[in-house]
Ligand binder design. Structure first.
Ligand code: ADP
Ligand code: ADP
Length: 239
């Protein structure tokens, strides 16, 4: 069964804007999928629908065979553990240490009172350190997040998602605020999560060049619809 399945998904925003139009999509475990399209095409709307950061208007979305659309709050929380997010703006807690930001990947596994008093297990602290090592950031463990460069912050965000151990990683324009060299490095880190940890990756990119170099499968979106879905070799120059 697919890791992600979207069935006849339509999303209309409150102001009447159509974000997604009757999307049907299956993504299997271990795929590295890149979604490309112009600004306003619906890439972000699609990605945010998958972990139900916002609700859809029609259709159904299944995660590993289970409907996230219909999930009630407790089950939704369990399902979201399986899904990690990477954002354009990194979404780190700026004034906290790298260590604390990466430990936050484990938050969904603890009751709130434990995290309030920093009661993370030794296993989780070890996991955090290993995640930072995998992205080459181990020596920054006690730095404050806002002391790091953009590329370093995104690598910390990737370590956080690795610590979470999700099945799926959703990356919304992960390289949009980075220079070309740093962008490639961040894509390499996502590729490492995909290959070494068998995580299914879905990334929105505005750069077709990056998409071609990193995606096993490229999906083109325009005006809320899928207009291309294929292997990277055959990707058209524009969508
Ligand atoms: P992309 O990620 O490809 O740039 P988006 O998914 O952000 O595209 O946007 C798709 C469409 O939905 C655009 O027309 C955009 O203006 C609209 N849109 C996005 N967010 C909202 C919102 N919160 N309210 C109304 N319209 C929105
Ligand atoms: P804060 O951001 O609140 O100052 P820290 O970054 O100091 O918190 O610590 C975050 C978490 O890491 C806490 O759970 C803390 O107990 C733990 N921690 C702090 N130092 C170490 C260490 N040397 N080894 C393992 N865990 C640590």
């Amino acid at each position: 069964q697919p890791m992600i399945e979207m069935k006849n998904v339509t999303k209309v925003y409150d102001n009447g804007t159509v974000g997604l139009k009757n999307i049907n999509l299956k993504i299997n475990k271990g795929e590295f999928v890149v979604i490309v399209g112009l600004s306003g095409a619906g890439k972000s709307t699609l990605l945010r629908a998958i972990n139900r950061l916002h609700d859809i208007s029609e259709g159904d979305i299944l995660i590993d065979g289970e409907s996230i659309t219909k999930a009630k709050s407790k089950n939704l929380r369990l399902m979201r553990r399986k899904i990690g997010m990477i954002f354009q703006s990194f979404n780190l807690v700026k004034r906290s240490s790298v260590l604390r930001n990466v430990l936050a990947g484990r938050l969904a596994y603890y009751p709130t009172w434990k995290t309030t008093f920093n009661l993370f297990t030794d296993e989780d602290k070890q996991r955090t350190y290993e995640a930072l090592q995998s992205v080459g950031m181990a020596e920054k463990v006690y730095s404050r997040a806002d002391e790091l460069s953009g590329g370093q912050q995104q690598r910390v965000a990737i370590a956080r998602v690795l610590t979470q151990r999700p099945e799926i990683i959703l990356a919304d324009e992960p390289t949009a605020s980075l220079d070309p060299k740093t962008s490639r490095q961040v894509m390499e880190d996502l590729k490492m999560l995909n290959e070494k940890f068998d995580m299914t990756v879905v990334a929105n990119l505005h750069s077709i060049e990056l998409a071609k170099d990193f995606g096993h499968r490229v999906i083109g979106v325009r005006a809320g619809e899928i207009v291309y879905d294929g292997k990277m070799e055959d990707t058209p120059q524009s969508v």
